[in-house]
Design a protein around this ligand. Sequence first.
Ligand code: SF4
Ligand code: SF4
Length: 463
Amino acid sequence: MADKNQGNIKIDIELCTGCRRCAEVCPVDAIEGNDGSSQSINIDKCVMCGQCIQICSAYASVFEEYPTSREKKLLERNLPETLTEPLFAAYSIGDLPKVKEALANSAKFTMVQCAPAVRVSIAEEFGMPLGSLVPGKLAAALRQLGFNKIYDTNFAADLTIMEEGSELVQRITEGGTLPMFTSCCPAWVKFVEREYPELIPHLSSCKSPQQMAGTMFKTYGAEKDSIEPENIFSIAIMPCTCKKFEAERPEMNTSGYQDVDAVLTVRELAYLIKEVGIDFNSLLESSFDKPLSMYSGAGHLFCATGGVMEAAIRTAYEMITEEPISDVNIQYVRGGQGIRRGVVKAGDLKVKTVVVSGLKNVVPILEEIKQGDADFHFMEVMTCPVGCVSGGGQPKMLLPKDNDISFKNRISSTYRHYEDQIYRKSHENPEIKAIYQKFLGEPLGQKSHHLLHTEYTPRREGK
Ligand code: SF4
Ligand code: SF4
């Protein structure tokens, strides 16, 4: 029987060996138990990053009988009964049954979005080289699965930059709370809400791209397709296990409907493709549907550490100076796990930035801010080691050496795909311009603020 932890991430006590490798990678010390005994997750502390799932190597042996049958374990995990892959001790609860039900329901109009990191990892589930770039096959697979509209989170990443860049400029020029923090990583947001509630005003009020896309589906998308929003079922394909938690936040319904109805990790999408019998490797390339899929290279960079910062700097620079930035490639924000500081000169302003990858690395900086010692304007934080390409919902590497290779290859595919895009700046995306002109009005305007921004919840008293 699985343990009784609440929440989306769980440890199966029948399979856990107590090796505590998961505790070594957990960024918030949420895994509790003695060496050699089965572990449990402190759900209040857990930020649902899924890094414990990625590292866990204890799995159900076919030679052993467990009190809970494989069939029951599959059911508990919401996995297909046809699944032949090993079941590991650390796992997440999936959304596959909800998605299958929506696909089978002719009264539902399904709109699916794919995060940037999905197109550089999904092929690994089908034996293709680590980090293969396959946006066309991804779109083709989703089409064969029967989704009505195949849209792209990258589009909403550009939208996020329009709102977040404007918010940063407003805070700097009009005296708002600084430094401002990015808010697109839900694990980071949950961490601030619980561990540093006094710093909540530093978080950008922007919803994440996943949530912005969901909002646009049930408003602008509903209008475009002449569908009643209540009949839209909004699905997100994500490299992240915490995106399920974010989608279920009760405040994520500013359109009058929950922005996102179900989230599938990359692993879950692969299970579904296999269950239906689609030969992924042989698929002919297809494309995403208009209009909520056109994106700039800047939007695509969201999946790598430093990518949100790079996209935001390009747009904020041009908002401040009203001149083109001399070099769009801002190399100092790029890199691996750790902290990168830098300064961008925009007219008379020197905008100081910090990029943090790996949640544990942010603690000294938050303490700096609490002491009043921080002298920078904007901070990007990603919980996972090198950003969303290394997320807890990505394909699981069975050999530890493959982890580093997959991260490196997924990042290089990310930059290659970025280079392929016609537009390099979010504010130059023609569909983004059109959406503001026809529907949203101005960034930070009344409608865009209502639909695309949110509020946060302190999760522990007295801290
Ligand atoms: S959940 Fe997996 S990694 Fe964590 S202690 Fe148990 S067996 Fe080890
Ligand atoms: S999901 Fe992340 S935060 Fe939660 S227990 Fe696992 S490693 Fe720790």
